[in-house]
Design a binder for this molecule. Structure first.
Ligand code: ATP
Length: 588
């Protein structure tokens, strides 16, 4: 298969903002792809070579890309830089300069195949050590020399991590369902396979080769992370019990970092909530798992919490930030030790538990562990009334937890991978006083500052995630709560996410001075939620012509690097918060 087919599809997909058209174009591309290549094409369309959890990036810096382009095009680096200044896109510059070169060439080139492009990019990604920069440069220059200007544009964008054609996971799932899964109505089954493997390429392979039957037999697999199940929230024990059918298991809600551990024999891998490998941050936790998880094979979930080992007290979440470093981890381990509080079992010794009800999973969890003071099952009780729940809540707060996770014990209390549902309900202290609850919002734009903030950003435009539409809807403009350090850091941090115009997945009526690709998530505390004609969050859902806005937002100082943009607070959650706030006001 020629790479030109992919480049062509990108060009068309980029030209549309309509998700349905995008999906149709992707369906056509996938149908025209030989089955044994389908995983690679799926990764490539998202600018990747492997699923995210492998953590393998092509990682070509702009400098190196310029050098490779200079070699392939015969142009000077200065000229390339000047063109890049104008276009702001290394892909566009490559296309531009190579088309000038092609006009002066007489011979035909050898067509680039997808296999070759993939293999060369793979080699680039895996080259390291001394001489790696030169090797990468030659490999890239070689590809560019054989590429058409259009192909060069997308190769350049891919290697520098700027593909951004706008194909999100959900669009790929739709396209797979239509192309190979018998129609869009079967997307849910395919989505489940994705949710329990986090590997769109493997899912694409299975559905293309074995059809829907293969997808139905799809199983979890150790070392492939499962997308986390998430909870909803409610403000009172009564509402929680009502929702959960009069009884539930209330569990301590520990304030740490979510960990999904995968174990097979001696090998242990820890994944974060975003499904990144974080074993190197927590070698002590890896040891705890090796010593105390007695199951031979297991996928378990828990919260990793900073501890004072002398007093046995839990320490605040912020202390875990000291573990996010490459060097000096030995000191960080002794200064900031951790314990693991386990709350779920998804796979134990050959059995997939994801479809089993919660209490059966809890039994499997208990039997997979050897009791140890630093690795224990989460503390829990079965509660049947509001008083019991409230008492256990007080106990949890007393012990240094954030509150409770109230879990359904119904027959349908299966592990809903990748979904936020009512099987788990959070009950936190802040929910009691109205609107002191935090939200996690995505930075989609910025406004230049004035006065003291001249030259910096004065405010950020923040958005909630609309899961159904797969878009980001603005909900507030936040300029409070930033320290001087934040103000200096944020422009640097956002630089690589800058886009020339409003991103296609962002909905906004406001015109920001600078636009960003939705990537960075910040925690924000709002005072209240109001109807707003300006903000697009949940537009028309409460009243026609109105969206919802968060008023008096303040950055809490927490950069939610553990969350992807799609993990941010959703528009639906904001609607729920708005409604529960109204209820509280009317009750008081
Ligand atoms: P979410 O993860 O739901 O998007 P969040 O990261 O903002 O939200 P919270 O709303 O505070 O976090 O609560 C959910 C998180 O609580 C889980 O992702 C998990 O890390 C943590 N947690 C702590 N204890 C438990 C428990 N016993 N059961 C489930 N989750 C727990």
């Amino acid at each position: 298969m020629n790479y030109a087919k992919i480049a062509d599809a990108y060009e068309k997909i980029e030209a549309t903002t309509k998700r349905l058209e995008m999906t149709d174009l992707l369906v056509e591309l996938l149908k025209n792809t030989p089955k044994d290549l389908i995983n690679k094409v799926v990764y490539l369309t998202q600018g990747k070579l492997y699923p995210d959890f492998e953590g393998i990036e092509i990682g070509v810096a702009e400098r190196l890309a310029i050098k490779a382009l200079a070699r392939a095009s015969g142009r000077g680096e200065k000229e390339i830089e000047a063109d890049l200044q104008k276009s702001g896109d290394i892909g566009g510059t490559a296309q531009n300069l190579l088309s000038k070169k092609r006009q002066s060439m007489l011979f035909a080139q050898k067509a680039l195949t997808v296999q070759r492009v993939y293999e060369v990019l793979d080699k680039m990604a895996k080259t390291s050590g001394s001489g790696a920069v030169d090797t990468k440069m030659s490999l890239l220059a070689g590809l560019l020399s054989d590429a058409t200007p259009q192909e060069a544009k997308y190769i350049m964008r891919t290697v520098t991590g700027n593909l951004r054609v706008g194909i999100a996971d959900m669009t790929v799932l739709d396209a797979l369902a239509i192309a190979y899964g018998g129609g869009k109505e079967n997307r849910e089954l395919i989505e489940r396979a994705y949710n329990i493997s986090s590997d769109l390429g493997r899912v694409a392979n299975v559905v293309a080769e074995k059809g829907l039957e293969g997808i139905k037999r799809f199983q979890v697999s150790v070392f492939e992370p499962i997308r986390p199940m998430l909870g909803e929230r409610l403000a009172s024990p009564e509402e929680i019990l009502d929702k959960l059918g009069g009884k539930c298991v209330a569990e301590y809600k520990y304030d740490g970092e979510r960990i999904q551990l995968h174990k097979k024999g001696d090998k242990v891998v820890l994944f974060s909530r975003r499904l990144e490998k974080i074993s190197s941050q927590y070698p002590d936790a890896v040891d705890l798992v090796k010593e105390n998880v007695v199951a031979e094979e297991a996928i378990l979930e828990g919260e990793c919490v900073a501890m004072d080992l002398e007093t046995g007290e839990m320490r605040p979440f912020q202390e875990l930030m000291h573990r996010r470093r490459k060097y000096g981890i030995a000191e960080a381990i002794s200064d900031y030790p951790v314990s693991l509080f386990m709350f779920d079992a998804l796979y134990v010794d050959g059995k997939d538990y994801t479809q089993e009800p919660f209490q059966k999973r809890r039994k499997a969890l208990e039997s997979a562990l050897k009791e140890n003071i630093r690795l224990t099952p989460a503390k829990q009780v079965l509660v049947r009334n509001a008083k019991q729940l409230e008492e256990f809540f007080e106990e949890a707060i007393e012990d240094g937890c954030e509150g409770l996770m109230c879990k359904s014990v119904g027959k349908d209390s299966v592990y809903q991978a990748g979904a936020r549902g009512w099987q788990w309900i959070k009950y936190k202290r802040d929910y009691k006083s109205e609107m002191t609850d935090t939200v996690d919002l995505v930075v989609v734009g910025a406004f230049y500052g004035r006065g003291k903030r001249a030259g910096n950003y004065g405010a950020l435009l923040l958005a909630a995630y609309n899961k159904k539409q797969d878009t980001f809807e603005t909900v507030t403009k936040c300029g409070t709560g930033f320290t001087d350090k934040d103000l200096a850091e944020i422009p640097k941090m956002m630089q690589k996410h800058k886009v020339p115009k409003k991103h296609s997945r962002v909905l906004s009526t406001l015109e920001a001075d600078v636009w960003f690709e939705p990537t960075v998530v910040l925690e924000v505390l709002g005072a209240e939620i109001t109807l707003s004609p300006i903000h697009m969050c949940a537009m028309d859902s409460i009243r026609k012509g109105s969206g919802l806005a968060i008023r008096f937002p303040r950055f809490t100082g927490k950069y939610r690097t553990d969350k992807a943009a799609e993990d941010a607070t959703t528009s639906t959650e904001i609607v729920e918060m708005y409604q529960s706030q109204l209820k509280q006001i009317s009750q008081s």
